[in-house]
Design a protein. Structure first.
Length: 397
């Protein structure tokens, strides 16, 4: 009898570098070891109370909602965007089950199987998986730790252009690097995309978290109605990662018609979470001011502590709550695994994300990690001390 076989996607679907070391962390915890999680963007910041309250006021029957999202929520979202200089109305907004679905639907609607997307690397690792789902190829343009992972010159994008290129994907502010692209750099990208008939899919879920500059949305540029696609989410803005509500925002009405078809196939985004997300839009500005202040403190503290470690290279991030860190090791993944399996300090250890999995180019990022400064400074101090002591021990073996 013939054996069953797996999809050919098994050969190209990447294992998450953020979660692949989870079994080692689980084993350490079972042994009674405290693990500081700097590997994942799960903040310890409290979710706004107005959002929590909404979850306590659910209707007696949780019904299906519209495939494009609840109207009152989209109406209120449009008002939010207009207040941050993004001139759209509710017809330009399609609500999704998290930002992940927003990216998947955008790729499925903007590209055909076999098409190519250019992405500055390192990039949010799940873009690889989304591309596999959509049957499209990722073509990387490399950024470097030496210049803070800034957007490469347009000449580098031109080198990657082919007849199959249909879109550029960016994350601004950036995960995993914390880079924030300047308006001037984005203008060059917009001009390049417009000239070559390309979409720019801009993941802007960290908009509220910038520290030395302001993030510019891809939808702020004129004469870019058909090309610009904004991806957004409630996860980071409201410290509500388990609330799976995101959205696609675009003025391209033809694209949205196809997005709706995919949305209808999955029925609707979660109704209760949309209700909570709508309530979250009433979060006072003071909440974001306090959160941003706290993240700035954490960023500055983590940067200073890491900079003291011999051989460590760490550019100052401008946004989000991540930093890419170069370590004085040949294999950062092996070091990260060793921290979890072999190294203990006061019966504690630290979990980080190896950065190699955030690159598409083989061999890049082998000595780099991503660190999420989502813990308070007291815990950050302990976690980074473990990295420092761990490096001393690891490099003496």
């Amino acid at each position: 009898m013939p054996k069953t076989t797996l999809s050919s996607r098994n050969e190209i679907m990447q294992e998450s570098p953020i979660r692949k070391l989870a079994p080692y962390a689980f084993k350490a915890k079972k042994e009674g070891v405290h693990v500081y999680h700097l590997n994942i963007g799960q903040p310890d910041i409290a979710t706004p109370q107005v959002m929590i309250d909404a979850y306590h006021n659910i209707p007696p029957v949780i019904e299906y909602g519209p495939s494009e999202g609840i109207y009152s929520y989209r109406l209120k979202l449009a008002e939010y965007y207009r207040n941050v200089n993004i001139n759209v109305d509710e017809s330009n907004i399609f609500v999704t089950t998290g930002g992940s679905e927003a990216i998947i639907f955008s790729l499925l609607s903007a590209l055909s199987p076999g098409d190519e997307i250019i992405i500055p690397e390192p990039f949010y690792t799940n873009y690889n998986g989304f591309a596999v789902m959509a049957g499209v190829k990722v073509v990387p343009v490399t950024t470097t730790i030496e210049n803070g992972f800034d957007l490469p010159p347009i000449s580098e994008f031109e080198k990657m252009l082919s007849p199959k290129t249909k879109a550029i994907v960016i994350c601004n502010p950036g995960n995993p690097t914390g880079a924030v692209f300047s308006r001037e750099s984005l203008q060059g990208l917009v001009d390049f995309a417009r000239k070559n008939g390309l979409y720019v899919i801009s993941d802007e879920v960290y908009r509220e978290f910038t520290y030395d500059c302001k993030a510019t949305s891809i939808l702020e540029f004129d004469d870019f109605e058909d090309n610009g696609i904004l991806i957004d989410s409630t996860s980071k803005r409201y410290s509500a990662c388990g609330s799976r509500v995101g959205c696609i925002v675009t003025r391209n009405t033809e694209l949205l018609k196809l997005v709706l078809k995919f949305g209808q196939a999955r029925l609707c985004p979660p109704s209760v979470d949309q209700q909570a997300a709508e309530a979250a839009l009433d979060t006072p500005d003071s909440y974001f001011e306090e959160v941003q202040k706290e993240y700035r403190i954490r960023r500055d503290f983590a940067y200073e502590e890491l900079s003291k470690i011999p051989g460590v290279v760490v550019p100052m991030p401008k946004g989000a709550f991540y930093m890419a860190v170069g370590l004085p090791v040949d294999d950062a993944e092996d070091f990260a695994r060793w921290l979890l399996s072999d190294f203990r300090h006061n019966n504690e250890t630290t979990m980080v994300a190896p950065l190699a999995g955030f690159y598409a180019t083989e061999g890049l990022g082998s000595n780099e990690i991503r660190l999420a400064y989502v813990l308070n400074t007291s815990d950050l101090k302990k976690a980074i001390d473990i990295i420092r002591l761990g490096l001393e021990k690891y490099n003496s073996l």
